[in-house]
Design a protein around this ligand. Sequence first.
Ligand SMILES: C[S@@+](CC[C@H](N)C(=O)[O-])C[C@H]1O[C@@H](n2cnc3c(N)ncnc32)[C@H](O)[C@@H]1O
Length: 232
Amino acid sequence: MRHHNTKSIEELFNSISSKYDFLNDIFSFGLHRLWKRRLLDILKPTFGEKWIDLCCGTGDMSILLARYMNSSENIIGMDSASKALLVAKERSKQNYSSIEWINGDALKTNLPSDQFDGLLMAYGLRNLASYYEGLREAFRILKPGGRAGILDFRSFEGPSIQGLFQKVFLSLYVVPISSLFGLGKEYSYIKKSLVKFPSGEKQIHLALSAGFKKAKYQKLANGQMGVLVLEA
Ligand SMILES: C[S@@+](CC[C@H](N)C(=O)[O-])C[C@H]1O[C@@H](n2cnc3c(N)ncnc32)[C@H](O)[C@@H]1O
């Protein structure tokens, strides 16, 4: 089942790439860094391992990973939006120049199978045209026993206070502020993308059916975010 059109998603992220980091800090009050750091604490990437950051965008997760591992060797950041990768290349060139940035599709990476010890995806899965195909491709490129962490907004099923808070936050904070920067239409996409995005429980089932041996879901940020933690 296809949830989005890959080409229009690529155009959307190319169009917001220059303001993406700035707005990300405003919308999360800078807390996205803490959540990304938490993802690394859960997965514990270790010096010498080979990791990939899929849907890396402007590269902050990949750079955080390099810092965590005390090395930027053996790290690949992949994204389909070439303009986001230009930002990533620029910000990494001084201290993290060994990170390899690849303009590619997370659904079809064209990378050999069984080669990564670990895989990260921050706020990427929700944007993929097929969640199942994305998880299947992630499983394929991981070594047996390799681990993956997928961080994203939590999707709520049925009415709940937390779900209501998320809707209100997106409609009354994110969209109006992004509109001030001429990007209201682009950012209203977040709310739309959450409509079809599976709940944590459903993500677990999807990951297991994509081949992963183990899957669990951990809530973050008072339940507004979640991490799907996987073992291949
Ligand atoms: C919300 S941004 C997240 C960027 C970054 N990981 C972060 O946490 O800030 C989603 C990213 O997914 C990328 N993306 C969407 N579909 C993709 C695909 N099929 N293949 C590769 N990247 C994709 C977009 O270009 C965008 O940069």
